[in-house]
Design a binder for this molecule. Structure first.
Ligand code: CP
Length: 317
């Protein structure tokens, strides 16, 4: 595997899960693989989990790790070709990317949707420029349309906790005051559609996701009905995808908050969220603190997903 940007890059999911299990049980077994190899992590946006878990994964593999926060200390980057650079942006991304590539062996990139131009977001303009111009393998640390390291960790967590061969997994929209990208729900849908589960998506009308990500999943507008018999409840907010509301918050209906009453409709489901989460908007204190909450083991599995992916990339060098 050279680049990792979506579910197809990891190969068959049963094999990917077996590799992840091995990495989890033997975190330091592959230190020779990363010796004298440098991982560069480039952040255009904030992070807690991705930053720490991916660094830890690189260190477990014996790699040297460098982290660059584009908006804190680096030159402000122009990303459009043809622009007369007479404003506040000092460097063009088309020089910056190959320079970054010359300092490392593998690059991770975090670059969220900007909600300025839907086509640019859904064409993954920044991530693809890194793939095209860095000369290095590139993996997504959450791009405009997908967050595959998160989805892989989510799948590992479901696999570890499922009580039936084909669990019912419900992804529910939940309210949030700000406009959040669709990357996590898109990606979760992509991975769940590829996994062996009954997958249901529930959200208020107007929050329909890109049909390319929804695939064959059942979409249910009645949250209570969707939650009936669920084994896993995956909560997430996202801004509208469909035009003319792309990137907008069209409602913050608090009746969609995941509460104890909502969880009572399920099959004693586990609660999942990628974090960070706004308590008592997305999920009540009671639910996130309950024994059924998997948010901490889910975050811990981010090391496992990142290390499994990095290992595959290192094996391809
Ligand atoms: N879930 C996740 O990606 O968290 P961070 O934004 O803190 O990295």
């Amino acid at each position: 595997m050279r680049n990792f940007t979506n579910v197809n890059d990891i190969g068959p999911l049963d094999q990917a899960l077996a590799k992840a299990r091995y990495v989890k049980e033997n975190p330091f077994a592959d230190q020779a693989l990363g010796k004298n190899k440098t991982l560069l992590m480039v952040f255009f946006n904030s992070s807690l989990r991705t930053r720490l878990s991916t660094q830890k994964a690189g260190l477990n593999l014996g790699m040297n790790v460098i982290v660059l926060d584009i908006n804190q200390g680096a030159w402000k980057l122009e990303t459009e070709r043809g622009v007369i650079m007479d404003g506040d942006k000092s460097e063009h991304i088309l020089e910056a990317i190959p320079v970054m590539g010359s300092y490392c062996d593998v690059i991770g990139v975090r670059s969220f949707a900007r909600f300025e131009n839907k086509q640019d977001d859904y064409n993954e303009v920044i991530l693809n420029q890194f793939i095209q111009y860095s000369g290095r393998p590139v993996f997504s640390m959450e791009a405009a349309t997908r967050h595959p390291l998160q989805s892989f960790a989510d799948l590992i967590t479901i696999e570890e906790h499922k009580k039936s061969a084909r669990p019912k997994v419900v992804m529910t929209w939940a309210p949030h005051p700000r406009a959040l990208p669709q990357a996590v729900p898109n990606s979760f849908a992509e991975w769940m559609n590829a996994a062996d589960c009954e997958f249901v998506i529930t959200h208020p009308k107007g929050y329909e996701l890109d049909p390319g990500f929804v695939g064959g999943a059942r979409v249910e507008y009645d949250q209570d009905k969707a939650l009936e018999g669920a084994d896993f409840v995956y909560a997430k907010n996202w801004a509208a995808y469909t035009d003319p509301n792309y990137g907008k918050v069209i409602n913050t209906d608090r009746s969609w908050t995941v509460t104890t009453e909502k969880m009572a409709l399920t099959n004693n489901a586990f609660f999942m969220h990628c974090l960070p989460v706004r308590r008592n908007m997305i999920v009540s204190d009671d639910v996130i603190e309950s024994p059924q909450s998997l948010v901490i083991p889910e975050a811990a599995n981010r090391v496992v997903s990142a290390q499994t992916v990095l290992k595959e990339i290192l094996l391809s060098l």
